[in-house]
Ligand binder design. Structure first.
Ligand SMILES: C[S@@+](CC[C@H](N)C(=O)[O-])C[C@H]1O[C@@H](n2cnc3c(N)ncnc32)[C@H](O)[C@@H]1O
Length: 252
C-alpha cells in the first residue's frame, strides 16, 4: 500500500501520484497519451448499447442519480454522461486551462456524485462541471459518517459506474458498495469493468459478488491501455491490458 492509501496489485503499475495531482493533465499525458488509455471508448460504447436509452427516458421525469465510484477526475463520466470519446477527453485535458471546464454538454439530465479517495481529483471534477456532488472516502476503510453518506448516495443512485476501480477494493469493500446499490428502489444499472491480466482472483470474487446480487445484462471485451515496461516485464509477451466490461441491473 502506498502513502495515499491506494492498494495496488504489485504486478500492476502504480499511478497514485497521478490520481492526487491538482488537475487531470498528468493523467492525460502519462496515462491517456503514453499508454493509449482507450478504455473510455469502450465504456461509452457499452453504456450507449445497454443503458443510454433507458437513462434518457428516465431523465424525462427528473435528473438521473448517477454515481461514479472511484471515478478519479471523471473521465468515464465524461464518456458515459457527456458522450465524449478518447480523443475528446484528451483534447479537453490538453492543458490546465483547457481542462477547467468540461467541453461537451450532458446527454441527459443527471445528478452525478463522484466518489474517490483523491480529494484533488474530486475538487477538479466538481469545479469543471463533471460532478455535482462528491464524497471523498477510502472505500476500504470508511469511518461511520462517511459510510452513512456512501450508503445513501449509492442506494439512491439509478446508475453506478465503477471502471478500472474494483481492482483497488478489498472484498468486504466491494460487498459493502454492492449491498448499498442493491437495496435501492426501482430499476438501476451498474457498469463495471475488469482488467486482465491483473489480480484475477480479486476480479473473480467481485464477479461472484455481482452475480449474487444483480441480474446480468450484457458485456464486451476490449483493449484497455498499453502495458507499462514494468508490466511487460511481469507478463512477458503481452502488450495490451485487456478489459471486460459488464452491465448488470437491480433485481426487481
Ligand atoms: C484507474 S483510476 C479510475 C478512473 C476511471 N474510473 C477510469 O476508469 O479511468 C482508479 C481510482 O481509484 C481510486 N482509489 C483507489 N483506491 C481507493 C480507495 N481505497 N477508496 C476510494 N478510491 C480509491 C484512485 O484514487 C483513482 O482515482
Amino acid at each position: 500500500m502506498s502513502d495515499s492509501g491506494v492498494k495496488t496489485d504489485e504486478k500492476k503499475q502504480h499511478f497514485d501520484d497521478i490520481y492526487v495531482a491538482e488537475d487531470p493533465v498528468p493523467f492525460k499525458e502519462r496515462i491517456l497519451d503514453e499508454l493509449q488509455y482507450v478504455s473510455d471508448n469502450f465504456n461509452r460504447q457499452t453504456f450507449d448499447r445497454l443503458i443510454l436509452d433507458w437513462a434518457q427516458q428516465q431523465a424525462g421525469s427528473g435528473p438521473v442519480n448517477l454515481v461514479d465510484l472511484a471515478g478519479c477526475f471523471g473521465n468515464t463520466t465524461m464518456a458515459c454522461v457527456n458522450g465524449m470519446d478518447y480523443e475528446g477527453i484528451r483534447e479537453n485535458w490538453k492543458n490546465a486551462d483547457a481542462a477547467k471546464q468540461v467541453n461537451q454538454a450532458r446527454r441527459f439530465d443527471a445528478k452525478v456524485t463522484g466518489i474517490d479517495i483523491s480529494q484533488n481529483a474530486l475538487a477538479y471534477g466538481k469545479s469543471a462541471g463533471v460532478y455535482d456532488e462528491t464524497i471523498d472516502a477510502d472505500l476500504n476503510a470508511p469511518d461511520a459518517d462517511k459510510q452513512a453518506r456512501l450508503d445513501q448516495a449509492i442506494s439512491e443512485a439509478q446508475i453506478m459506474i465503477s471502471t478500472a476501480a474494483l481492482v483497488y477494493l478489498e472484498t468486504e469493500a466491494v460487498e459493502r458498495v454492492l449491498d448499498a446499490f442493491a437495496k435501492g428502489d426501482g430499476e438501476g444499472y451498474l457498469l463495471v469493468n475488469f482488467l486482465n491480466p491483473f489480480a484475477l482472483e480479486a476480479a473473480d470474487s467481485a464477479k461472484h459478488a455481482l452475480l449474487e446480487r444483480f441480474e446480468f445484462v450484457g458485456s464486451m471485451a476490449s483493449r484497455h491501455r498499453l502495458m507499462s515496461q514494468i508490466e511487460r516485464d511481469n507478463y512477458p509477451g503481452e502488450e495490451w491490458v485487456m478489459l471486460e466490461i459488464w452491465v448488470l441491473k437491480r433485481k426487481q
